[in-house]
Design a protein. Structure first.
Length: 243
């Protein structure tokens, strides 16, 4: 018997970020296939009325794809392929269509920033999960490996952890420092040469400059997420647990 089959079925298992990222990438790929397929069909037909109708239909599919599948089946195709399921915290079933629509809109509005808070929540929730009172859990525990999930974190309420107000204040300071480092790195790169003024102001970047800005943005987001998670759990200077 392997480790995956030893997991109690009734215990909620919350999907880790890499697992959720894989599901998002799958959904992106499917969306791109739909878009390019529609463009090929429109260019082959060469009819303006048909192209407009097809465009409206594609937009409707892209907007309703996640809310409909999440409310009816508990997840998108990306969720299903990665053994994940969106669960309503109130009744442990699928979220309603309106909540799935709100969740989709919040995720689109917040973007990657929504995922920064995952390490500071007991159930690995993003901001759009928290605001809609939902979680993303393993669909079939028998098919999951230990690196696919976490169980509910129980260390946030420890009396050894500093107060919430102090943790929030210290985490905000670390986030500000991370943002300043990121900003000064971009300014320094512009002064030295890899980044041009047009790249900074109009996003008219070369391939190398675009790659650099993407890498720095990923590092900044990852460091921000680490600051939030470690700070909230009392593992950063300034908010360390009392021993």
């Amino acid at each position: 018997m392997n480790a995956a089959t030893e997991v109690p079925v009734l215990r909620p298992l919350y999907g880790r970020f890499p697992r959720r990222l894989r599901g998002i990438i799958i959904d992106w790929i499917l969306s791109l296939i739909l878009l390019f397929g529609a463009l090929l069909v429109a260019s082959a037909v060469r009819s303006d009325p048909f192209s407009r109708t097809l465009g409206i239909l594609v937009v409707a599919v892209l907007v309703l794809y996640e809310p409909i599948l999440v409310s009816l089946t508990g997840g998108t195709l990306g969720h299903h392929f990665t053994n994940l399921r969106v669960v309503d915290e109130r009744h442990r079933g699928n979220v309603s269509f309106l909540k799935a629509l709100a969740r989709f809109a919040l995720k689109g509005l917040l973007g990657w920033y929504s995922f920064i808070v995952m390490t500071a929540t007991r159930r690995n929730q993003t901001m759009h999960d928290l605001l809609t009172r939902s979680t993303v859990q393993i669909r079939d525990p028998a098919k999951a490996r230990p690196d696919h999930y976490i169980t509910e974190r129980a260390d946030f309420q420890s009396p050894d952890v500093p107060s919430r107000l102090r943790r929030v204040a210290v985490v905000c300071i670390y986030l500000l420092l991370a943002f300043l480092v990121y900003t000064f790195a971009l300014i320094g790169a512009q002064a030295v040469g890899p980044l041009s003024t047009s790249c900074m102001t109009r996003s008219d970047c070369s391939t190398v400059a675009r790659l650099l800005t993407t890498v720095w943005a990923v590092i900044w987001l990852a460091s921000s997420a680490a600051c939030v998670g470690l700070g909230w759990r009392g593992k950063l200077p300034g908010v360390r647990r009392r021993t």
